[in-house]
Design a protein around this ligand. Structure first.
Ligand SMILES: [Zn+2]
Length: 234
């Protein structure tokens, strides 16, 4: 038995022995609930972004880089459920939270006319060293579930992160951009005949990361880019 399979079985046993609790309020989850209890689900600050009118994420990229359509699922706030969920997803090995958001947002995106032309869903990549340390890219499951919902292919081999950036929280926007612009590169080994790429991130703050990724992806001839994220900082 492989160690990965063993870990999966142990994890399942653990789930049976230890009742799952809500990431929002610690209440015990009932059958059929996962990640959040029904009460906390209702308290999530959903953005209600649709694909017919412009929103804050679209406007973030005006004059910076052409993005066909952008949307985020929830608003990020300094305190609250969303911050906690994203922290658990990113730093506490709770990868399934990405799947939870992806299923929910995916069910809304399913049937979106504007996304019908999307052929590939591409996550913002982590540097391989960072991904190895974390064990996963926190955007992967979210992106995979969205890809399944809109009948597109999930591809994490198109866009690569060439430089392992340090946390940039204290640097200003200009500096962030300077740091970000050479960070990403196209995989030279893959075919480059994509039509409409849906670029996916966890949290959009200044838009600098998306801008840098999109700039790299525009090296693909005649490509269109749209963007979705789990959260946006309002
Ligand atoms: Zn709860």
């Amino acid at each position: 038995m492989t160690s990965k399979r063993l870990a999966k079985i142990l994890n399942e046993i653990n789930n049976i022995l230890l009742p799952q609790v809500c990431f929002g309020c610690n209440a015990q989850l009932t059958r059929g609930e996962s990640v959040l209890c029904t009460v906390c689900r209702h308290e999530l600050p959903l953005t209600d972004h649709n694909f017919t009118s412009d929103n804050v994420v679209d406007r973030m990229f005006y004059g910076r880089i052409p993005i066909k359509k952008a949307a985020s699922f929830v608003f990020f706030s300094k305190n609250g459920i969303v911050k906690n969920l994203l922290h658990q997803l990113k730093y506490k090995n709770q990868e399934q939270i990405g799947g939870f958001f992806g299923d929910w947002f995916g069910s809304q995106l399913k049937g979106e006319k504007l996304l019908k032309t999307v052929d590939v869903v591409v996550p913002v990549p982590l540097h391989p060293k960072k991904e190895k340390k974390r064990g996963y890219n926190q955007v992967s499951l979210f992106a995979q579930h969205i890809a399944a919902s809109i009948d597109a292919e999930y591809r994490n081999d198109i866009l690569l992160r060439a430089i392992n950036t340090k946390t940039q929280t204290k640097k200003d926007r200009q500096l962030r951009w300077e740091n970000a612009k050479d960070v990403f590169q196209l995989n030279p080994l893959i075919e480059k005949n994509f039509n409409h790429i849906l670029l996916v991130d966890d949290v959009i703050t200044t838009g600098a990361t998306i801008e840098a990724c999109a700039k790299t992806l525009y090296q693909i001839k005649d490509v269109t880019i749209s963007v979705v994220s789990i959260a946006v900082v309002p």
